[in-house]
Design a protein around this ligand. Sequence first.
Ligand SMILES: [Zn+2]
Ligand SMILES: [Zn+2]
Length: 230
Amino acid sequence: MGKCILCEKNCPEHFSLAWLLSWQALKQERLCRKCHEKFLPLLNETICPGCGRIMTKAELCPDCHTWQKSQGGLLKNRALYTYRTSAMKDYIERYKFQGDYHLRLAFKDEFQHYIKQHYPLKKWDLWVIPVDEETMATRGFNQVEGWLEGLNYHCDLQMKQRQGRIKQARKTRQERLRSKQPFLYRGPRVENRNILLVDDIYTTGRTLYYARQIALLQGAKHVRSITLCR
Ligand SMILES: [Zn+2]
Ligand SMILES: [Zn+2]
């Protein structure tokens, strides 16, 4: 018998042997059914192939057309859930902003399972999008690393020192799109490697496309991204 990570209720029927061996269990091992149903998964929806947002037709959204033109390629981002439910907003608030590290377990297994299935780690290197030093000092962890715990991943991207920079979360959409390259790279060349960028939320794509530029400069063959939400 286990406890749901989010509501902390015992959910005996969800942790029976039959349950644990089922596909459903793989997907929502750590959440009770009631909590899990409040999130809106994107993986079976019709999405934009560039950024993973819900679309009525599976075609590039206007933003991705713009990225295609300015960047000469797309991240083909995949997001597991929409950010637009109150369940996801609450979750991100509690985990990331209030810093409840235990909550990484709510999506850790599912996130890792998806990554391993779609981006075999022999062929793909995982690059974690960093948080800035101030956040790291107050919160004490990177939310993405929490979900990747136990996997082999790279933290060679670093945030440049903030000099009057505003936090991404406080910026408007226009401010985000105008922001400058925020990263430094301190790792080895990645000649001919495939790089999978991992972040929590895909918002405008601006940050992830800056990370993509660095990966390409370092010799990467393909660069894609995955986020928990979109
Ligand atoms: Zn629950
Ligand atoms: Zn798109």
